[in-house]
Each structure stands twice: as structure tokens, then as C-alpha cells.
Design a binder for this molecule. Structure first.
Ligand SMILES: [Fe+2]
Ligand SMILES: [Fe+2]
Length: 319
């Protein structure tokens, strides 16, 4: 009996059936080239965001107000490095090389989340990033635990558990500040005023301006639209702001009993476009820093390579 290789049409049919049955696509499975490319772009962008996202918080590691706060922040920043590593590993299962992805990041050929192009100006920013930025990341990422691509979905499960610690440590730090002096309360409010709108922009453009959403949803990569996730985030955050006693800087924000959801204003999309295309307050600084770190790490990569070759040589000699 001879076995014939499945035809392209059969392969496509199998892939479609996997998606329709809400099962996972695994690295060795056949997949449409556009599906692979979309995933590489999304996972790389996500990995880059984790790595670049270490910078704004790393900026406060040596200035944290106590040893306890420093230890917590250090653990969080290290978690973000770990997230970047899982995600680069997930991208590699699609046939790309991590080195190549890093080159694309530092050559501005791939993007990272717009939020990390804003500076951290006060200690309250560290709490607000945990609360709002990690909070928005959770809203975005929990549905990715059910993404159709297996390695990405599995990486997201652990990442989401850690993100939820990040969100809580931020919120807890803000609770301490808002229970403090008037100056501390003002510092928190000033920080919320700066981070609120950029946090809403983390969900990406409005649905009408997000041309890839439909296809990503059909492929089971995305489970909800940008606007759905943004709404979920606002509804989740408003009561938390009330507990802190801070005002979210949006005059149009109010509960809508008919929709059973909050109405809210429109982010300044021209700011979003500018930041995404490189003109945000800290884009230049973030990429320069990443490029320098990559260059400074060259000797580590060379040493690891030489060691791996030496080990392989020894094994070869033994065989
Ligand atoms: Fe993360
Ligand atoms: Fe995080």
C-alpha cells in the first residue's frame, strides 16, 4: 500500500476543520502562509513590548522608596523579561529566528506597544503602570490563552498569572499612596491624568479602523474586537478608581443603565498614530537603549556560541 501526501486542498481543509472545532494548531501542522505571518508579527510585537516595557519601570529600580518596594519592582521587571523569552520561543516555533526578530525591532521594522513610549516621571507612575497598563494587558491577554495557535496560547497562561500579580502590586502601592499625605494623593492623580488615555490606546484603533481584526477573529487568534476589550477595561477600572478616590480624566465618562456599561470619550487618535509611527515622547530613547544593550551583549552571545560548539565537538569526539 502506498501513502500519498495530502493535496494542498486537503491540508487547507484540515486546517479549517481544526479552527472550526476550536482545537489548537501546532508547529508541525500545515497552516496558511498568511496565518503564520500574522502570528509572527503579533507574537514578535508582543515579545518586543515585554522587553521594551522593562525600561520605564527599570528607571525607578534604584529610586524605589523602600527595600520592600524595590524587591517587588525588581521581581516584576524580571517577570517581564521572562514573558519576552517565552514569547520569542513561541515565535521561533513558526520558523523565525530570535536574532532576526531583535534586529527587526532595533531597525524599527517591527513595532512594540505604544504605551512604553511614555516616560515615568514620578514614583506614582510605577503604581499606575501596574494598575492601568498591566490591567489593560490582562484584558487583552486573557482571551489569548484560547488563541488557536498552541504555543502562543500556552505561553499566555503563565504570563496572565504573572500579569495579575503585577496589576495587584500596582494597585496596592496606589492604595498606600492615596492613604498618605495630600502631596502623595496629588502625585497619584497627576499620574492617572497622564496614563489614562494612553492606556485606552493600548487596545488599538477603533474597530472601524482595524482592518485585520476580522481575519484574526476568523482564525481564532483574536477573540474580541479592540472596542469590546476597551469597554471591558473601562468597566473594570471605574470602580477601582472610586476605591482609590482618584478621578479618571474624561468628562464624558458615565454609567449608561440601558447599555449596562460605561459611556466614555474618544482617545486622541492623532496622538496614537504619532506615537506608533515613532514620534512619541520616548521612542528614540527606548530604541537607542535597546540597541546599546544588544551591542553590549554581543560578547555574551559569542561566548555562548563558542561554548556550544566546544561541547558539540566533545560529543562528536566521544561518538
Ligand atoms: Fe508582561
Ligand atoms: Fe506585566
Amino acid at each position: 500500500m502506498t501513502s500519498t501526501a495530502p493535496s494542498p486542498a486537503e491540508l487547507e481543509e484540515r486546517f479549517d476543520a481544526t479552527i472550526a472545532a476550536d482545537q489548537r494548531v501546532e508547529p508541525r501542522d500545515w497552516m496558511p502562509e498568511a496565518y503564520r505571518r500574522t502570528l509572527i508579527r503579533q507574537i514578535a510585537q508582543h515579545a518586543h513590548s515585554e522587553i521594551i516595557g522593562m525600561q520605564p519601570e527599570g528607571n525607578w529600580l534604584l529610586r524605589a522608596p523602600s527595600l520592600r518596594r524595590r524587591a517587588i519592582l525588581l521581581a516584576k521587571v524580571q517577570d517581564e523579561a521572562g514573558h519576552g523569552m517565552y514569547l520569542y520561543a513561541a515565535a521561533e516555533t513558526l520558523g523565525v529566528d530570535r536574532e532576526e526578530l531583535t534586529e527587526k525591532l532595533i531597525d524599527s521594522k517591527q513595532k512594540y506597544s505604544s504605551i512604553f513610549n511614555y516616560p515615568t516621571l514620578s514614583w506614582a507612575d510605577i503604581g499606575v503602570i501596574g494598575w492601568l497598563v498591566d490591567g489593560a494587558a490582562i484584558a487583552n491577554q486573557v482571551p489569548l490563552c484560547r488563541c488557536s495557535y498552541g504555543p502562543y496560547a500556552r505561553a499566555m497562561i503563565r504570563i496572565c498569572k504573572e500579569e495579575s500579580f503585577h496589576q495587584r502590586q500596582g494597585y496596592e502601592s496606589l492604595l498606600a499612596l492615596t492613604a498618605g499625605t495630600e502631596a502623595q494623593k496629588r502625585m497619584v492623580q497627576e499620574s492617572v491624568d497622564r496614563w489614562w488615555w494612553p492606556s485606552l490606546m493600548m487596545f488599538g484603533p477603533a474597530d472601524g479602523d482595524s482592518p485585520n481584526t476580522h481575519r484574526s477573529m476568523a482564525w481564532g487568534i483574536k477573540r474580541h474586537t479592540n472596542d469590546e476589550l476597551r469597554q471591558r477595561f473601562v468597566d473594570m477600572t471605574v470602580p477601582q478608581a472610586a476605591v482609590l478616590g482618584v478621578t479618571l480624566p474624561d468628562p464624558d465618562l458615565r454609567w449608561n443603565p440601558e447599555r449596562q456599561a460605561h459611556d466614555f470619550g474618544e482617545p486622541d487618535w492623532s496622538e496614537f498614530t504619532a506615537v506608533v509611527s515613532g514620534a512619541g515622547p520616548a521612542n528614540r530613547q527606548r530604541l537607542d537603549h535597546r540597541r546599546r544593550a544588544h551591542e553590549n551583549g554581543a560578547w555574551v552571545r559569542e561566548a555562548a556560541q563558542a561554548y556550544a560548539e566546544k561541547q558539540a565537538g566533545k560529543q562528536g569526539a566521544r561518538a
